[in-house]
Ligand binder design. Structure first.
Ligand code: N01
Length: 544
């Protein structure tokens, strides 16, 4: 609930002796938070990063389920800001797993001596803007407080795990967890009867990894997904040495594509070539690693229509080829959404896993889960007994982690109230009534590090501009915020991501407003837009 102005000013006074004062407080020590610290410290600012975890990594710290990895090429995912770092770090796999990525982020933290400015074991409860002082007071759940003139929420895009409100979750007698909060000590699954709920990108990575070790695995699927083979592999020394000579090219290529991935669409229409040529292209893409079969495809495969359906049918054929039992194969073939309307998960042995004798696929669209029982899961037509339950049920994306913090802006306005019908921001990064706050978690999408670095560069330059020009606060105008919200909603309607309920549009969370949570623009367009705003003296913002 919002606070009165008086309550807000009282709560937000950070002047007492026990409150440490910084120029900038950054929430989150993940990919963006680490770079924010490096970048802002480089401007001579005092920075404090706070994080709930005991180590760096953010999402890469928490999501340590077997098989967790990114689907971007490793060498396109690392930071680009330090040539020394690029030359020192050897990626082991083309698509690095969580342990390798966590090691990398720890290496970065050590190399740039970041840890000394990070306060771990600190979960932020609230942040309050004090308009008399133009400062943010950040309060942790253990009562500790710190204050900063600027606040950067690097809290992650997919970090607030979502577990459906099933009745009886806490009655289950065995261990259970969400993929995004996998225990550091691991889950003992060997020889156990395990139930996995969900078949999104996380489950698609997890299921083939655990199936061989469990006694029996039951997968509860509501929506079948268009998954594509990842085709991962180790990087040998020679290849890594060659990659190191090509970083400028790699980053240039990423910077030119819509999602900052190393894959560029074919400008032709799938329907302008002969059926033979089309099939040859599909087959050749299918053999390529990573997102190539999605993002290097004919341009019209990415929009609803004939080309999209033609390719969807090709992918369905690939799934049918892999699964021996035709009934199970049909359950795994997506028929209710357009190819690409949901994020395409990359898989390794996922479909083959359903050929194992110890794996059962259950359709919970036909017979939904009714409740969790002390011994397992009850659906509308059967009961299943388990030793362990794993919820691979996704995330309250983009705004989830942000709004889990009570953020009080001017006049005690609560951000949760402001965002009730969807995010209200200017360029995803700033909003009216919440001066000096940069919601960087809400603005990066695509190949994550490629998006996070330039965004954080922009925020750092903006903070530098505010300070160097003797201003004490910056916030957008209502006109610029209104125009941005209108742009997101109107142009968002034109893109595939809004065509089916998914995390990009809030449709995966019952009761969450259905609105595109990210920008509808390409990464180059976003960078250009921000650069223009900065070049015009932070157009659309009010500086005081
Ligand atoms: O989550 P999801 P995720 N009853 O939302 C099901 C990123 N990621 O964690 O589709 C039964 O995709 C739900 O069913 P439905 C990546 O961007 C990246 O897998 O809503 N089932 C779905 O099957 C990805 O897109 C990597 O019908 C229920 C599943 O739970 C994003 O994270 C690796 C249910 C949730 O799938 C999220 O992926 C992994 C219910 N009541 C993830 N509620 C990298 O490559 C939900 N489900 C870095």
């Amino acid at each position: 609930m919002a606070r009165s102005i008086q309550e807000n000013l009282a709560a937000g006074s950070g002047q007492s002796d026990d409150v440490e004062q910084y120029d900038v407080v950054v929430i989150g020590a993940g990919v963006t938070g680490l770079y924010a610290l490096y970048r802002l410290r480089g401007l001579g600012l005092s920075v404090r990063v706070v994080d709930e975890a005991s180590g760096v990594g953010g999402t890469w710290y928490w999501a340590r389920y077997p098989g967790c990895r990114f689907d971007s090429e490793s060498y396109s995912y690392g930071y680009s800001f330090s040539e020394e770092l690029l030359q020192e770090w050897d990626w082991e796999e083309h698509y690095a797993g969580q342990p390798e990525t966590e090691r990398y982020l720890n290496y970065v933290a050590d190399k740039f001596d970041l840890r000394k400015d990070i306060q771990f074991h600190t979960r932020v409860k609230s942040a309050t803007y004090n308009e008399d002082e133009n400062r943010w007071l950040v309060e942790a759940t253990d009562g500790r407080k710190i204050s900063g003139q600027f606040l950067v929420t690097a809290v992650g895009l997919l970090s607030a795990g979502y577990i459906p409100d099933f009745e009886g979750i806490h009655d289950f007698k065995g261990p259970w967890c969400h993929t995004g909060r996998w225990p550091k000590e691991g889950m003992d699954l060997a020889g156990k009867r395990v139930g996995v709920i969900g078949t999104g990108a996380s489950a698609v990575q997890l299921i083939p990894m655990i199936a061989p070790e469990v006694a029996h695995l039951t997968v509860f699927q509501r929506t079948a997904n268009f998954c594509a083979p990842l085709r991962n592999g180790p990087i040998d020394k020679e290849t890594m040495a060659e990659i190191k000579t090509k970083y400028p090219e790699i980053f240039r290529a990423c910077n030119e594509t819509a999602g900052s991935f190393m894959h560029e669409f074919d400008p032709r229409s799938a329907m302008d070539v002969t059926p033979e040529e089309r099939l040859a292209m599909y087959e050749s893409l299918w053999e390529k690693p990573g997102f190539a079969k999605w993002l290097s495809n004919f341009r019209d495969v990415t929009v609803p229509g004939e080309a999209n359906e033609d390719y969807a049918e090709f992918v369905r054929g690939k799934i049918r080829e892999r699964v021996h039992d035709p009934v199970v194969a049909e359950m795994l073939v997506p028929k209710d959404h357009t190819f690409g309307a949901k994020r395409v998960p990359c898989e390794t042995h996922y479909f083959d896993t359903y050929n194992r004798d110890n794996v059962l696929l259950v359709d919970v669209r036909k017979a939904p889960i009714e409740r969790i029982t002390p011994t397992g899961v009850k659906t509308a037509d059967a009961e299943y007994d388990f030793d362990v339950i794993i919820y691979a049920t996704g995330y309250d994306a983009v705004t989830g982690a942000l709004l889990n913090i009570d953020i009080y802006g001017e006049g005690g306005e609560l951000m949760k109230d402001k965002f009730v019908d969807g995010p209200r921001t200017y360029m995803g990064v700033s909003c009216v009534g919440f001066p000096n706050l940069f919601t960087v978690n809400a603005a990066s999408v695509g190949n994550f590090v490629r998006a996070a670095e330039p965004l954080m560069d922009w925020v750092a330059e903006c903070i530098g501009y505010v300070r160097d020009n003797g201003f004490s606060r910056i916030s957008p105008t209502l006109e610029s915020e209104d125009a941005w919200v209108k742009h997101v909603n109107e142009d968002g309607e034109k893109i595939l991501r809004t065509k089916h309920a998914n995390w990009f549009n809030g449709g995966n969370i019952p009761g969450k407003a259905r609105a595109l949570l990210t920008a509808p623009d390409t990464a180059p367009a976003m960078r250009a837009m921000r650069a223009k705003v900065a070049a015009n003296g932070y157009e659309g913002f009010v500086l005081k």
